[in-house]
Write a protein that binds this ligand. Sequence first.
Ligand SMILES: *Cc1c(COP(=O)(O)O)cnc(C)c1O
Length: 383
Amino acid sequence: MKNYAPLPISFVKGKGCYLYSNSGKKYLDALAGIGVCCLGYSNSNISKVIEKQSKKILHTSNIFEIENQKNLAKNLCGITKMKSVFFCNSGSEANEAALKLSRLHGKNLGYKSPKVIIFNRSWHGRTLVTLAATDNTKAKQGFSPLPGGYIKCQFNNIKSVKNAIKKNTVSALIIEPIQGEGGIHVASKNFLKDIRMITKKNNILMIVDEVQTGVARTGKWLATQHASITPDIVTLAKGLGNGVPIGACLGNTVVTDLFSPGSHGSTFGGNPFVCAVANEVINIIKKKDLLKNANQMGSYLISSLKKELKHSKLVKEIRGKGLMVGIEIKIKGKDIVKDCLKEGVIINLTSKNVIRILPPLIINKNEIKYIVKTIKGVLQGYE
Ligand SMILES: *Cc1c(COP(=O)(O)O)cnc(C)c1O
């Protein structure tokens, strides 16, 4: 079908942070398959786990107990301080589960038509429910009628949240700690803390969509940990499987008992294969201390960009945290991305004029230097 318009490059192999095209050209990957390939390419431990698990068992369905799933749940709850997990196959599905939970929570509170607070520029997925919670006109074009019950508030504006709560029976709020598809906008620590306080006080589930920011991307397991808060629900996906499709919806104590047997499910979700891989992803991040690398290299990336692009007339703002960085430019960015590709660096655009950098978490200083140098050179060609 015609829902993608791919660039005419096809990659046939990768090693570390580098990709190789079918014509033999080498690229430095500063996008990691949209924040997915957090350990880079051809990690030998991941390959070993994949081989070993494939010789044991790939899938059984959730009709039976799954040892790997229990281990992964324990692992995830340990690093996130959450209490329970529902496993699925994508970010949209994880948010779908979270939003279904918000309906159950609302019903428990006696709300006939519970509402969910969302934010401007939000992105939560492409299924009808998650699309309804997404603030992107183009993505919604032609898909009405969408499920209702969403109230849009202003990102980083706590007054708009307080107002919405006053006027409605709100059962949940969903937020990205750093808006990814919306253009790399960082929620302030105080905004997140205030939301945590207000939602707790009003029996509102705080759902944090960490599909892009989670799994060490910003230098902590969860981006919300920078604000020292624990949400009621956290969703993960992109980096969790290093390329193996997996999504997770994590719940705290209040949320743990909302689903009952039969009320929600997934055929593939949490199968022995994906859980073995995700477990190894977490183990490798711990062993290699990639939280520290994401922190250090992220700071280096942001400070280098600020220094090198200081005099660029095209740069409006540089934003981000850890290895999730955006450069807002004053021109449309399509050609910038193509020119960087010609120079052998993979980046992409979010919201038309924000260059997005989401490299593998294993990236080193020299690789970052090359990314910054390339972007600087390409931008100079447009001044
Ligand atoms: C990518 C993304 C999603 C959707 O994930 P899919 O796996 O594409 O369904 C949801 N929320 C955020 C914040 C994302 O970045």
